[in-house]
Ligand binder design. Structure first.
Ligand code: SF4
Length: 521
């Protein structure tokens, strides 16, 4: 195999940006898989350049001029930037590969713009791409391993890539680690719902932690497990064996049902500084929040009590909530969230809207069959833009509720209460910066703009009511402005996509609706 010049781009930002939040935190949102792919490529003797794009890097200058192969890892929100970059690097003779969540969610669309689109990616699959490394146009080759890789290269082998992103983080430097892949729960809306839970080798985890302690004075680690602590004792035993008390600060996402007080105290003793439990709904998902049959205000009381207990031991708690679920109706979900914040003012609330990300989750097929999915351009498909027509709300009413609850959540009164309730300096200021920067100004302004257009712009409203699939000029203009120089590289037609591609592909490929896979030799 000839030696290749390989570029790997980890898209943390969806467009050029210089916001305070991204400047401070952007480099900490790196993904692990681009580093893993970079390591596997280097092992094969290729020259590799990995760039984490936080919105400020000049990608043309950062990658070698003669790059042969460009891997891009992208969330759906950054998909249009990835399409533009693919077009740009193809024009310079490169072969392009897409991986990451967008490739798993919207492979049919991505195939139009990349030579390869990767689902589950293991070493054998990467070797296959390196050996083939050829144009597949106009339709890219879609490849997937059967499952997540059983082992990943550890921190020591990935260190040069980790270190280069740490150098970009000016204040807080966080290293991502994994102790497991996927999750044993099966929440309908989640990309991990149908993927088997897979704990990773605990000895590798210990090696990673030891290595970090040898390299950094006081490391901060974010566990990227979708649900940390499913095998709680196994993980904590490993940490206690190699990390002296207070030697590393940890951040983890975990369900409330895993967080009993004795466990939270053990987490505290072992340096856990931030936990991100999912609450999702006040009317459903009692099992994962450990509230059983309780709903409504009963669930609010129980969850607030639980979160306040966690906050007595852990300085930063972000609670994750979803609005627009089919089980929600009327003002209650929003008012109950406000009551929760009154009762647990130290929690930082993170809101998502129910969205169907292509074929990420099994229930998306039902939304597509019911013709409820809108072709909202990928650029807006983050957790703040719902692309499913709400079951129990008109769009303007839904946005009124969203604006109201968001204003309440990041009001000066609650920001001050949150500041006072958090015991440590970094969590306090993170809450303020985040509350003011991305949540208060960014989200409220966006929600207000959408609400106003729904009222005054007839074509915009017709799009949301599914009377037309023409992308409203507001969206197109915003993409053009956001992408800046990359707009000129966006392939024609890329702003639109088929919101029912998953359904179509499921009907065409097989009766059991599985993603078509290409075997790896
Ligand atoms: S508990 Fe969290 S990670 Fe697990 S399936 Fe539900 S939403 Fe996904």
């Amino acid at each position: 195999m000839r030696k290749l010049s390989i570029g790997i781009i980890d898209l943390v930002a969806k467009a050029p940006t210089g916001t305070m939040w991204m400047r401070i935190m952007g480099a900490n949102f790196v993904s692990i898989m681009p580093q893993v792919v970079a390591t596997w490529c280097e092992e094969q003797g290729h020259d590799v350049t990995l760039v984490t794009y936080t919105g400020r890097e000049n990608l043309i200058e950062k990658l070698p001029a003669n790059v042969d192969l460009v891997f891009i890892s992208s969330f759906t929100e950054a998909a249009l930037l990835s399409y533009a970059l693919s077009n740009l690097f193809r024009s310079r003779g490169a072969i392009t590969v897409l991986g990451g969540p967008h490739a798993r969610c919207y492979p049919q669309d991505a195939q139009k713009y990349f030579d390869y689109v990767l689902g589950f990616t293991d070493k054998a699959l990467v070797h296959l791409v390196l050996r083939d490394c050829s144009q597949h146009r106009p339709t890219g080759l879609r490849l997937s391993a059967e499952r997540h890789p059983a082992r990943l290269p550890g921190v020591a082998r990935r260190w040069k890539f980790i270190d280069q992103s740490l150098r970009k983080a000016p204040v807080i430097k966080i290293v991502p680690l994994l102790s497991s892949l996927s999750c044993p729960y099966s929440c309908d809306f989640c990309i991990d719902a149908n993927v088997p839970y897979q704990p990773l080798d605990v000895d590798e985890m210990k090696k990673d932690l030891r290595f970090l302690l040898s390299k950094l004075k006081h490391p901060r680690v974010a566990w990227h497990d979708p649900n940390f602590g499913v095998h709680f004792d196994r993980c904590m035993d490993a940490i206690e064996e190699v990390v002296p008390p207070g030697g590393i600060d940890f951040i983890a996402e975990s369900t409330l049902s895993l967080l009993s007080e004795s466990r939270v105290m053990r987490l505290q003793r072992n340096g856990f500084k931030a936990l991100l439990p999912g609450i999702e709904s006040w009317f459903d998902m009692g099992k994962k929040s450990s509230t059983g049959q309780k709903t409504g205000m009963d669930k609010v009381d129980k969850v607030a009590y639980h979160v306040n207990m966690i906050l007595r031991h852990i300085p930063y708690v972000q609670t994750n909530h979803i609005f627009g679920l089919d089980g929600d109706a009327g003002i209650s979900p929003f008012e109950l969230t406000k009551r929760f914040l009154d009762l647990a003012p130290g929690a930082f609330p993170a809101y998502s809207m129910l969205s169907a990300f292509g074929q990420a989750a099994p229930q998306n097929l039902d939304f597509q069959k019911a013709n409820r999915v809108l072709p909202i351009p990928f650029h807006f498909l983050s957790n703040i833009q719902m692309n499913i027509k709400p079951k129990n709300y008109s769009w303007p009413d839904f946005y009124d509720h969203l604006i109201d609850v968001t204003k309440y959540s990041y009001s000066p009164r609650l920001l001050v209460r949150r500041f006072l309730a958090n015991g440590e300096t970094i969590p306090r200021w993170l809450n303020i910066v985040r509350g003011l920067s991305s949540e208060q100004f960014g989200r409220i302004a966006y929600f207000k703009a959408i609400k106003r257009l729904l009222e005054i712009d007839r074509p915009f409203r017709r799009f949301f009511e599914q009377e037309t699939s023409d992308i409203p000029p507001y969206f197109v203009e915003k993409i053009r402005r956001d992408l800046g120089q990359f707009w000129d590289w966006l392939p024609k037609g890329a702003v639109s996509h088929d919101p029912n591609a998953y359904l179509l592909s499921a009907e065409q490929n097989c009766s059991s609706c599985k993603v078509p896979r290409v075997g790896v030799a």
